[in-house]
Design a binder for this molecule. Structure first.
Ligand code: HEM
Ligand code: HEM
Length: 212
Protein backbone atom coordinates (compact mmCIF):
# COMPACT_ATOMS: atom_id res chain seq x y z
CA UNK A 1 0.00 0.00 0.00
CA UNK A 2 1.05 3.60 -0.57
CA UNK A 3 2.51 5.42 2.45
CA UNK A 4 4.50 8.46 1.19
CA UNK A 5 3.39 10.59 -1.74
CA UNK A 6 5.88 11.80 -4.33
CA UNK A 7 6.11 15.38 -2.95
CA UNK A 8 7.20 14.08 0.48
CA UNK A 9 9.81 11.77 -1.02
CA UNK A 10 11.20 14.47 -3.29
CA UNK A 11 11.20 16.89 -0.35
CA UNK A 12 13.11 14.40 1.79
CA UNK A 13 15.88 13.45 -0.61
CA UNK A 14 16.33 16.98 -1.93
CA UNK A 15 16.55 18.23 1.66
CA UNK A 16 19.13 15.63 2.65
CA UNK A 17 21.22 16.32 -0.49
CA UNK A 18 21.06 20.10 -0.06
CA UNK A 19 22.03 19.93 3.61
CA UNK A 20 25.07 17.83 2.73
CA UNK A 21 25.87 20.34 -0.03
CA UNK A 22 25.40 23.35 2.30
CA UNK A 23 27.79 21.78 4.76
CA UNK A 24 30.37 21.12 2.04
CA UNK A 25 30.06 24.68 0.70
CA UNK A 26 30.19 26.55 4.01
CA UNK A 27 33.97 27.03 4.08
CA UNK A 28 35.14 28.10 0.64
CA UNK A 29 31.97 28.48 -1.40
CA UNK A 30 29.70 30.75 0.59
CA UNK A 31 27.92 31.90 -2.59
CA UNK A 32 26.82 28.30 -3.24
CA UNK A 33 26.15 27.90 0.47
CA UNK A 34 23.64 30.74 0.35
CA UNK A 35 21.98 29.53 -2.87
CA UNK A 36 21.57 26.07 -1.41
CA UNK A 37 20.11 27.66 1.74
CA UNK A 38 17.55 29.57 -0.35
CA UNK A 39 16.52 26.30 -1.98
CA UNK A 40 16.17 24.67 1.47
CA UNK A 41 14.06 27.64 2.62
CA UNK A 42 11.68 27.01 -0.31
CA UNK A 43 11.54 23.30 0.52
CA UNK A 44 10.67 24.09 4.13
CA UNK A 45 7.89 26.52 3.19
CA UNK A 46 6.50 23.85 0.88
CA UNK A 47 6.71 21.28 3.70
CA UNK A 48 4.90 23.55 6.16
CA UNK A 49 2.08 24.01 3.66
CA UNK A 50 2.05 20.25 2.92
CA UNK A 51 1.86 19.59 6.66
CA UNK A 52 -1.42 21.52 6.72
CA UNK A 53 -2.88 20.74 3.32
CA UNK A 54 -1.01 17.69 1.99
CA UNK A 55 -1.82 14.00 1.79
CA UNK A 56 -2.80 12.15 4.98
CA UNK A 57 0.67 10.93 6.10
CA UNK A 58 2.23 14.34 5.42
CA UNK A 59 -0.14 16.25 7.69
CA UNK A 60 1.17 17.35 11.09
CA UNK A 61 -2.18 16.47 12.67
CA UNK A 62 -1.61 12.84 11.64
CA UNK A 63 1.77 12.43 13.34
CA UNK A 64 2.36 15.12 15.98
CA UNK A 65 0.77 13.49 19.04
CA UNK A 66 0.71 14.45 22.73
CA UNK A 67 2.62 12.63 25.44
CA UNK A 68 -0.29 10.19 25.84
CA UNK A 69 0.08 9.04 22.24
CA UNK A 70 3.87 8.74 22.55
CA UNK A 71 3.65 6.76 25.81
CA UNK A 72 1.00 4.43 24.35
CA UNK A 73 3.24 3.81 21.35
CA UNK A 74 6.22 3.07 23.63
CA UNK A 75 4.04 0.58 25.51
CA UNK A 76 3.38 -1.22 22.25
CA UNK A 77 0.19 0.35 20.85
CA UNK A 78 0.11 -0.13 17.05
CA UNK A 79 0.97 2.92 14.95
CA UNK A 80 -0.84 3.52 11.65
CA UNK A 81 0.95 4.18 8.35
CA UNK A 82 3.31 7.19 8.34
CA UNK A 83 5.53 8.55 11.11
CA UNK A 84 4.95 6.89 14.47
CA UNK A 85 4.28 9.22 17.46
CA UNK A 86 7.95 9.16 18.54
CA UNK A 87 9.32 9.65 15.02
CA UNK A 88 6.77 12.43 14.56
CA UNK A 89 8.49 14.49 17.23
CA UNK A 90 11.89 13.91 15.70
CA UNK A 91 10.51 15.12 12.35
CA UNK A 92 9.02 18.21 14.03
CA UNK A 93 12.33 18.89 15.81
CA UNK A 94 14.35 18.58 12.59
CA UNK A 95 11.99 20.90 10.69
CA UNK A 96 11.92 23.50 13.50
CA UNK A 97 15.72 23.42 13.86
CA UNK A 98 16.16 23.86 10.13
CA UNK A 99 13.83 26.85 10.08
CA UNK A 100 15.87 28.50 12.86
CA UNK A 101 19.10 27.61 11.03
CA UNK A 102 17.91 29.29 7.83
CA UNK A 103 16.58 32.35 9.70
CA UNK A 104 19.94 32.83 11.46
CA UNK A 105 21.85 32.30 8.20
CA UNK A 106 19.90 35.11 6.55
CA UNK A 107 21.25 37.58 9.16
CA UNK A 108 24.78 36.12 9.54
CA UNK A 109 27.94 38.09 8.82
CA UNK A 110 31.44 36.56 8.72
CA UNK A 111 34.39 37.83 10.74
CA UNK A 112 35.66 40.42 8.25
CA UNK A 113 32.18 41.43 7.09
CA UNK A 114 32.77 40.23 3.49
CA UNK A 115 30.28 37.42 3.43
CA UNK A 116 26.77 37.77 4.73
CA UNK A 117 23.18 36.60 4.43
CA UNK A 118 20.81 38.80 2.38
CA UNK A 119 19.07 40.26 5.45
CA UNK A 120 22.27 41.08 7.36
CA UNK A 121 22.24 44.72 6.28
CA UNK A 122 19.05 45.18 8.31
CA UNK A 123 21.08 44.65 11.52
CA UNK A 124 24.39 46.02 12.83
CA UNK A 125 27.65 44.09 12.55
CA UNK A 126 27.60 42.77 16.14
CA UNK A 127 24.08 41.43 15.73
CA UNK A 128 25.15 39.80 12.44
CA UNK A 129 28.07 38.16 14.26
CA UNK A 130 25.70 36.98 16.98
CA UNK A 131 23.46 35.46 14.30
CA UNK A 132 26.54 33.70 12.84
CA UNK A 133 27.43 32.31 16.29
CA UNK A 134 23.84 31.06 16.63
CA UNK A 135 24.04 29.65 13.09
CA UNK A 136 27.06 27.60 14.10
CA UNK A 137 25.52 26.48 17.39
CA UNK A 138 22.22 25.44 15.82
CA UNK A 139 24.14 23.59 13.11
CA UNK A 140 25.60 21.33 15.81
CA UNK A 141 22.12 20.70 17.15
CA UNK A 142 20.97 19.84 13.63
CA UNK A 143 23.83 17.37 13.19
CA UNK A 144 22.84 15.75 16.52
CA UNK A 145 19.24 15.36 15.35
CA UNK A 146 20.34 13.93 12.00
CA UNK A 147 22.61 11.39 13.74
CA UNK A 148 19.69 10.43 15.98
CA UNK A 149 17.47 10.17 12.88
CA UNK A 150 19.91 7.78 11.20
CA UNK A 151 20.42 5.75 14.39
CA UNK A 152 16.65 5.35 14.81
CA UNK A 153 16.27 4.20 11.20
CA UNK A 154 19.17 1.77 11.73
CA UNK A 155 17.52 0.51 14.93
CA UNK A 156 14.27 -0.26 13.09
CA UNK A 157 16.36 -1.91 10.35
CA UNK A 158 17.99 -4.25 12.89
CA UNK A 159 14.46 -5.25 13.92
CA UNK A 160 13.70 -6.06 10.29
CA UNK A 161 11.53 -3.01 9.77
CA UNK A 162 12.72 -1.36 6.58
CA UNK A 163 11.80 2.35 6.62
CA UNK A 164 14.20 3.44 3.88
CA UNK A 165 12.54 1.42 1.06
CA UNK A 166 9.17 3.17 1.55
CA UNK A 167 10.86 6.61 1.60
CA UNK A 168 12.23 5.73 -1.87
CA UNK A 169 9.32 3.87 -3.49
CA UNK A 170 6.45 5.37 -1.47
CA UNK A 171 5.11 1.88 -0.77
CA UNK A 172 5.07 -0.41 2.24
CA UNK A 173 3.42 -3.73 3.01
CA UNK A 174 -0.02 -3.30 4.56
CA UNK A 175 -0.35 -3.84 8.28
CA UNK A 176 -3.62 -4.85 9.94
CA UNK A 177 -6.32 -2.22 9.87
CA UNK A 178 -4.03 0.27 8.11
CA UNK A 179 -5.82 2.83 5.97
CA UNK A 180 -4.77 3.68 2.44
CA UNK A 181 -2.96 6.99 1.81
CA UNK A 182 -5.40 9.83 1.17
CA UNK A 183 -3.82 11.99 -1.54
CA UNK A 184 -4.27 15.77 -1.66
CA UNK A 185 -5.90 17.45 -4.70
CA UNK A 186 -3.54 18.75 -7.36
CA UNK A 187 -4.43 22.42 -6.76
CA UNK A 188 -3.02 22.16 -3.25
CA UNK A 189 0.21 20.82 -4.69
CA UNK A 190 0.32 23.76 -7.10
CA UNK A 191 -0.24 26.26 -4.26
CA UNK A 192 2.62 24.59 -2.33
CA UNK A 193 4.93 24.74 -5.34
CA UNK A 194 4.15 28.42 -5.88
CA UNK A 195 4.79 29.18 -2.18
CA UNK A 196 8.10 27.29 -2.19
CA UNK A 197 9.35 28.74 -5.47
CA UNK A 198 8.36 32.26 -4.44
CA UNK A 199 10.34 31.87 -1.21
CA UNK A 200 13.51 30.61 -2.92
CA UNK A 201 13.17 33.08 -5.80
CA UNK A 202 12.43 35.98 -3.46
CA UNK A 203 15.54 35.27 -1.37
CA UNK A 204 17.64 34.96 -4.53
CA UNK A 205 16.41 38.33 -5.79
CA UNK A 206 17.04 39.90 -2.40
CA UNK A 207 20.60 38.60 -2.54
CA UNK A 208 21.08 40.05 -6.03
CA UNK A 209 19.64 43.38 -4.89
CA UNK A 210 21.82 43.54 -1.77
CA UNK A 211 25.03 42.77 -3.69
CA UNK A 212 24.47 45.56 -6.23
C1 HEM B 1 19.53 30.94 3.66
C2 HEM B 1 20.30 30.06 4.20
C3 HEM B 1 21.68 30.29 4.71
C4 HEM B 1 22.45 31.43 4.67
C5 HEM B 1 22.11 32.77 4.08
C6 HEM B 1 23.71 31.11 5.32
C7 HEM B 1 24.74 32.00 5.48
C8 HEM B 1 25.93 31.73 6.11
C9 HEM B 1 27.00 32.66 6.29
C10 HEM B 1 27.00 34.12 5.80
C11 HEM B 1 27.99 32.03 6.95
C12 HEM B 1 29.36 32.61 7.38
C13 HEM B 1 29.35 32.98 8.82
C14 HEM B 1 30.74 33.06 9.40
O1 HEM B 1 31.73 32.84 8.70
O2 HEM B 1 30.83 33.32 10.61
C15 HEM B 1 27.55 30.66 7.20
C16 HEM B 1 28.27 29.70 7.86
C17 HEM B 1 27.84 28.41 8.09
N1 HEM B 1 26.63 27.85 7.69
FE1 HEM B 1 25.16 28.82 6.72
N2 HEM B 1 23.68 29.79 5.73
C18 HEM B 1 22.47 29.26 5.37
C19 HEM B 1 22.01 27.97 5.58
C20 HEM B 1 22.74 26.98 6.20
C21 HEM B 1 22.31 25.61 6.37
C22 HEM B 1 20.97 25.03 5.91
C23 HEM B 1 23.30 24.96 7.04
C24 HEM B 1 23.30 23.51 7.42
C25 HEM B 1 23.92 22.63 6.73
C26 HEM B 1 24.37 25.90 7.29
C27 HEM B 1 25.57 25.63 7.93
C28 HEM B 1 26.60 26.54 8.14
C29 HEM B 1 27.82 26.24 8.83
C30 HEM B 1 28.20 24.91 9.48
C31 HEM B 1 28.60 27.42 8.81
C32 HEM B 1 29.98 27.65 9.44
C33 HEM B 1 29.80 28.24 10.80
C34 HEM B 1 31.10 28.67 11.37
O3 HEM B 1 31.96 27.81 11.56
O4 HEM B 1 31.22 29.87 11.64
N3 HEM B 1 24.00 27.13 6.76
N4 HEM B 1 26.29 30.52 6.67
C1 HEM C 1 20.69 15.60 6.04
C2 HEM C 1 20.15 14.44 6.25
C3 HEM C 1 18.68 14.19 6.53
C4 HEM C 1 17.68 15.00 7.00
C5 HEM C 1 17.75 16.46 7.39
C6 HEM C 1 16.47 14.19 7.07
C7 HEM C 1 15.24 14.67 7.48
C8 HEM C 1 14.06 13.94 7.48
C9 HEM C 1 12.75 14.49 7.68
C10 HEM C 1 12.45 15.97 7.94
C11 HEM C 1 11.88 13.47 7.60
C12 HEM C 1 10.38 13.57 7.69
C13 HEM C 1 9.80 13.51 6.29
C14 HEM C 1 8.53 14.30 6.19
O1 HEM C 1 7.48 13.87 6.67
O2 HEM C 1 8.61 15.43 5.66
C15 HEM C 1 12.61 12.25 7.36
C16 HEM C 1 12.07 11.00 7.24
C17 HEM C 1 12.81 9.88 6.90
N1 HEM C 1 14.15 9.84 6.58
FE1 HEM C 1 15.44 11.36 6.66
N2 HEM C 1 16.75 12.93 6.68
C18 HEM C 1 18.09 12.88 6.33
C19 HEM C 1 18.80 11.80 5.84
C20 HEM C 1 18.27 10.55 5.69
C21 HEM C 1 19.00 9.40 5.18
C22 HEM C 1 20.46 9.42 4.75
C23 HEM C 1 18.13 8.35 5.19
C24 HEM C 1 18.38 6.93 4.78
C25 HEM C 1 19.25 6.17 5.34
C26 HEM C 1 16.86 8.84 5.70
C27 HEM C 1 15.73 8.08 5.85
C28 HEM C 1 14.49 8.54 6.26
C29 HEM C 1 13.33 7.69 6.40
C30 HEM C 1 13.27 6.19 6.17
C31 HEM C 1 12.27 8.53 6.82
C32 HEM C 1 10.83 8.09 7.15
C33 HEM C 1 10.79 7.71 8.60
C34 HEM C 1 9.44 7.13 8.97
O3 HEM C 1 9.08 6.09 8.42
O4 HEM C 1 8.78 7.72 9.83
N3 HEM C 1 16.98 10.17 5.99
N4 HEM C 1 13.95 12.59 7.28
Amino acid sequence: MRVWDLPIRLFHWLLAALIAFSWWAHEDHLDWHRLSGFAIAGLLVFRLWWGLAGSSTARFSSFVKGTGGVLAYLRGAPAGPGHNPLGGWSVAAMLATLIIQIALGLFSVDQDGFESGPLARLVDFDTGRLAAAGHELVFNLLVGLIVLHLLAIGWYGVQRKNLVGPMITGRTTASDGATELEPAPIWKLLVGLILGLTTSGGLFMLERASSL
